[in-house]
Design a protein. Structure first.
Length: 302
């Protein structure tokens, strides 16, 4: 849908901007044998991996998929395992597709830029550089090539050779970047085509279904907020003796020290029976305790 496209575009733009700032302020090739490859690949791959993990973590579908999977109630049911596997695969593909937007953008932009690739692969270039001693050893050759990303360290007689090596590596990096973009675009297009071909719904029916899911989620969120507020209001009124927001509060309840202690502290979901939970300490107190205690008229002198 349009919202997904816009969200993906925003993610891609932010990733491009972040990559440019990241490269400008932090990247500095060590120009040393054995360190260039590790440094370049780290800057190329580690941010992409972090963005992938963040993409999974920020997707609500990820938590909908994993939350409660080890619940005892889940083990008591006997679902259709084939259907469950199909649904899990479908959701995982959807989540992965959204999560890959940022890391793929990062990889594509960094490859087109070429700086990371040049740093990582400079010492492994299999070309003869100009002005070199034909009797130079392999280790010496790698040492010389390793300093090529740092122009200030290259001897004047090897400037032409350095320019040739840098151009070759940038060519390789940019070609790899454009190939990655083309592969991703083709894969996404074919995936949508296959999904449409195997869809049990017609085009207009699918649009209606998408609209229904969107509206249902919005209404459910609104109902969840209102329902939880009303439910919590019952427990708060029982504890304090009035409803928050009321204009004419004639009396308030003064909780005892024991009651304050009962609702204070750390708590998690507490299972009260096979179907219900206590959501908080206040919830637990409100369900167990009877309505009593000290009340004070709001127009009286305390």
């Amino acid at each position: 849908g349009k919202e997904v496209v816009i969200a993906n575009a925003i993610i891609a733009i932010l990733t491009i901007g972040g990559q440019q700032l990241f490269s400008f302020f932090t990247f500095s090739c060590p120009c040393h044998v054995g360190q260039n490859l590790i440094y370049g690949l780290a800057f190329l791959g580690v941010p992409a991996l972090i963005l992938l993990v963040v993409g999974y973590a920020l997707n609500n579908q990820t938590w909908r998929l994993v939350t409660g999977q080890r619940s005892p109630l889940e083990e008591e049911t006997t679902p259709n395992w084939l259907l469950q596997c199909k649904l899990i695969c479908f959701v995982l593909c959807s989540i992965t597709g959204r999560a890959l937007v940022a890391p793929v953008t990062w990889l594509a932009v960094t490859l087109i830029n070429g700086s990371y690739y040049v740093c990582a692969m400079s010492e492994y270039v299999s070309v003869d550089y100009y002005g070199a001693n034909p009797n130079v050893t392999a280790s010496e050759r790698r040492r010389i090539l390793a300093v090529f990303p740092c122009s200030q360290l290259v001897p004047p007689e090897l400037t032409r050779a350095r320019d040739e090596v840098i151009l070759l590596l940038r060519y390789q990096s940019q070609v790899a970047g454009w190939l990655l973009i083309a592969m991703v675009v083709i894969t996404v297009f074919l995936s949508y085509c296959l999904a449409s071909c195997f869809s049990p719904l017609s085009f207009l029916h699918f649009r209606y279904w998408s609209s229904y899911i969107h509206n249902e989620q919005e209404l459910f969120d609104e109902a969840t907020d209102q329902h939880s507020r009303l439910y919590a209001m019952l427990h708060v009124r029982k504890f304090f003796g009035f409803v928050p927001g009321s204009e004419n509060v004639k009396e308030i309840r003064i909780p005892s020290l024991r009651e304050w202690q009962a609702i204070s502290g750390l708590a998690f979901l507490k299972r009260v029976d096979e179907e219900h939970y206590d959501y908080s300490l206040l919830h637990d107190w409100a369900l167990k305790e009877s309505v009593n205690g000290k009340y004070l008229k709001t127009d009286e002198d305390p």
